[in-house]
Design a protein around this ligand. Sequence first.
Ligand SMILES: *[C@@H]1O[C@H](CO)[C@@H](O)[C@H](O)[C@H]1NC(C)=O
Ligand SMILES: *[C@@H]1O[C@H](CO)[C@@H](O)[C@H](O)[C@H]1NC(C)=O
Ligand SMILES: *[C@@H]1O[C@H](CO)[C@@H](O)[C@H](O)[C@H]1NC(C)=O
Length: 401
Amino acid sequence: MKVVVFFVVFFTSQLFTSHGQDCQSGQDVLNALQQVQKLLSAHETSFLQSLRSLRKKLGLLQNSTVKHSKASSTASDCPPPKPLANGRILGRVFKSGHEVHYLCSPGFQLMGPETRVCLESQSWSGAQPSCKFVDTTVSNDASAAISASPSSSHDPAYVRPSRCIELLGSSHCTCEPGFSISSHSSTLCTDIDECELFRLTHPGRLCLHTCVNTAGSFQCQCPAGYSLGRDSRSCHDIDECARETHNCSSEQVCVNTFGGHRCEQVDCPHFRNAIYIKTSPLRCDRNPCVQGDDACLQAPVSINFHFMSVVSNMSAPTVLFRLSAARVLGDALRFGLLGKRGVQHFSVQRAGRQTGQLVLMNPVQGPATLDVDIEMSEMERKVLLGRYVTKVTVFVSPYSF
Ligand SMILES: *[C@@H]1O[C@H](CO)[C@@H](O)[C@H](O)[C@H]1NC(C)=O
Ligand SMILES: *[C@@H]1O[C@H](CO)[C@@H](O)[C@H](O)[C@H]1NC(C)=O
Ligand SMILES: *[C@@H]1O[C@H](CO)[C@@H](O)[C@H](O)[C@H]1NC(C)=O
């Protein structure tokens, strides 16, 4: 009598995409931002307090020196500084005690003082600087690439003049969002490197993968094979198989992986005296055996292929998938690993009378490809009725997302 057994494989692949992560990390960013906000408002309060007391003192001072300052304020102006060829000058107040700053265009190096002060004598301190052309092709290597990186503090885009308000003779300077008052001068604003700031305090919270600092802001970037999420910080795998952007031939099976895809060739194995034919893209069935041919009867009745993708460093133990017989003809089913492949990573456990499950026993760092063969044996009064093999290939991505 012919025995036909159907198999049902339950996939638990949704285990490996982390839906909760977006929310969790979003909450983290929100918390971090709230902390920064608190910090800023604390700074603002203390700043306003000191500004108030300063204003009071200045008022007093002004009352006593009103005549004198009227006479001297116009007298202490310096002439506008000479323009800088291949560079620019920051600073718009040319009064005594104020500074101007010199910046050269990319590819030029500043020769002379970076800063000049308007002196009481109505002239600028130091000598007029100049911008000298630097031949960047000479050192066109990695170090040149680093110094040319956009976050370089010499890039004019990352340094901007501050907006200053004259308040009773003292100036109060502010910056555009994403910039802060330079440590060198209150007339200059320098870009805040959000990536660096968060790298130290909350690593990975600003961006799931790579953070790129920009003038006044930052951008998150994802590795190839991922797209940036709507939250502009998370990375989502691109399913090349579903989008049909893969290169797999019609004989191959496209397997989407986290960050890429694989083209897998499914070939039926060879067993002594048994002949297999492909009955579906992922399954091979044994041809009927000649009666009394024990070698053929011992060979698996069917070979199933199962490909799956997981992220790197997945927590373990984790059930990867369940396997069961839809219809059992014998009185018992046995589940186990076939051969030595994958024994260090996997175990097969019983999950019910007719169900077994493949369990990943330890976290695996990607990129890696793991192979394991599972055998299910159907028994009747301790006599083997048939063996069924599932060949599992697990693709572990290089990233934990
Ligand atoms: C400065 O003088 C004006 C009158 O000239 C007076 O109203 C004001 O209160 C004075 N300010 C201070 C801080 O003493
Ligand atoms: C697909 O094939 C094209 C050209 O044949 C090649 O440029 C490209 O890199 C291939 N893509 C993948 C994912 O293998
Ligand atoms: C793997 O995950 C564990 C816990 O989730 C974590 O402590 C560890 O740093 C991770 N290892 C790598 C290499 O990402």
